[in-house]
Design a binder for this molecule. Structure first.
Ligand code: ARG
Length: 378
């Protein structure tokens, strides 16, 4: 049984089917969120002062402007490759004002730069994620006119239960300690970010992270029902947030992995050398026979500001336009070389000014439609 219609305006099952229509974010008016333990769990320590002292202010304006130009250029490149691009709507004052609900207050909101974080398309449905940061409570708003439009044209639309985000959702700052297996979010209510899930047809992979709890994963499992299998993978990553800098499907039988964050989930082991050390990568048995491509280290200079992430998004967070074409960051030469060796056609797009805001091409987009049907690849 499958109610999924491949002709629906919203239709996407994998990270690699031919991309027809995509949402590309906007970084305009990006605002510094307030200091909170949920950020402490993932934000690079060298920027903590910025969050403590400048919450509610704009991120450096020059950088926002350049990042915005990069997004426009990226959108044009996608159009030239035959992809329809839609953009969210950012209205003045959307982000630099406080949020207040019966359960919490936050001095500001964030941005509409990362559609991948807040929206996920599974089959004919767009799901709005119950995000775990207070500054992201209303992040669906800039995308609502697009989602309504897709709904009118026959697309599915679900908003997962909005979290309360009271203090019960978080480990208090004085009790929270960084370390593998320690999460800053509790199981008070379901939370997840959409970018925590990665799609390979009937099999969907997710990690428990600093913004995605078991309750949230269970919500998704029950929501999707019997047609899908949700697999929880565990990686060595004490700041885990969003799977698309860690484990990136590249096609049937192919996956890109981050050598710094080995998978520690199953019995199917592969080995590789990273910085002179032999690393074991342990996936569930279902990956037997799959090609494990090891990502190249990013070449972004140490001094490059990255407010939210590690530098690995520069080399790992690629966007596939189909099984052959991949969008890579234009200065990441080693990554570009590797993808060519692996048989891909590389589309080089400059994106260095966008990276500081928390991701690269995969994060900055959300699939609306990829040609294809629901299949099993295992
Ligand atoms: N947590 C990842 C890292 O630090 C970044 C993932 C970004 N992904 C996203 N969808 N915003 O490398």
């Amino acid at each position: 049984m499958s109610k999924i219609d491949p002709a629906c305006i919203v239709n996407s099952h994998t990270e690699w089917d031919p991309l027809e229509e995509v949402i590309v974010g906007r970084v305009d008016d990006a605002t510094i969120p307030e200091w909170h333990v949920s950020g402490k769990a993932v934000w690079p320590a060298k920027h903590w002062g910025m969050y403590k002292e400048h919450a509610g202010e704009s991120f450096p304006r020059e950088l926002v402007m350049k990042a915005s130009e990069e997004l426009d250029n990226f959108s044009q490149v996608l159009e030239m490759e035959g992809v329809t691009v839609r953009r969210p709507e950012v209205r003045p004052g959307d982000f630099d004002r406080p949020v207040s609900t019966p359960d919490f207050e936050s001095v500001s909101q964030l941005y509409a730069a990362m559609p991948r974080d807040v929206l996920i398309t599974i089959g004919n449905e767009i799901i709005e994620a119950p995000m775990a940061w207070r500054s992201r409570f209303f992040e669906y708003r800039p995308f609502r006119s697009l989602i309504k439009d897709y709904f009118r044209q026959g697309g599915g639309w679900t908003a997962a239960p909005k979290p309360e985000m009271s203090d019960d959702l978080y480990v208090p700052e004085d009790k929270w300690q960084e370390g593998a297996g320690k999460f800053v979010t509790t199981e008070y209510e379901p939370v997840f970010d959409a970018a925590e899930f990665t799609r390979m047809g009937r099999d969907i992979f997710v990690q428990r992270s600093q913004v995605t709890n078991d309750f949230g994963i269970e919500w998704m499992r029950r929501h999707l029902g019997d047609e899908y299998q949700i697999h929880v993978l565990d990686f060595e990553d004490k700041n885990a947030m969003h799977i698309d800098g860690t484990f990136i499907p590249l096609g049937p039988g192919k996956v890109l992995v981050n050598p710094k964050r080995p998978c520690i989930t199953g019995n199917h082991k592969s080995f590789f050398t990273y910085q002179g050390e032999t690393k074991e990568y342990a996936l569930p048995d279902m990956f037997k026979g799959w090609d494990i491509f090891v990502a190249e280290s990013p070449v972004l200079p140490e001094s490059h500001p990255l407010y939210f992430t590690s530098p690995w998004t520069a080399s790992c967070n690629v966007l596939l336009l189909d099984e052959k074409r991949v969008v890579c960051e234009a200065s990441e030469e080693p990554t570009i070389r590797k993808f060519k060796e692996w048989g891909f056609d590389v589309i080089k797009v400059p994106f260095r000014h966008f990276l500081p805001f928390g991701g690269s091409f995969h994060c900055a987009t959300c699939d609306v439609r990829r040609t294809g049907t629901l299949q099993s690849y295992f």
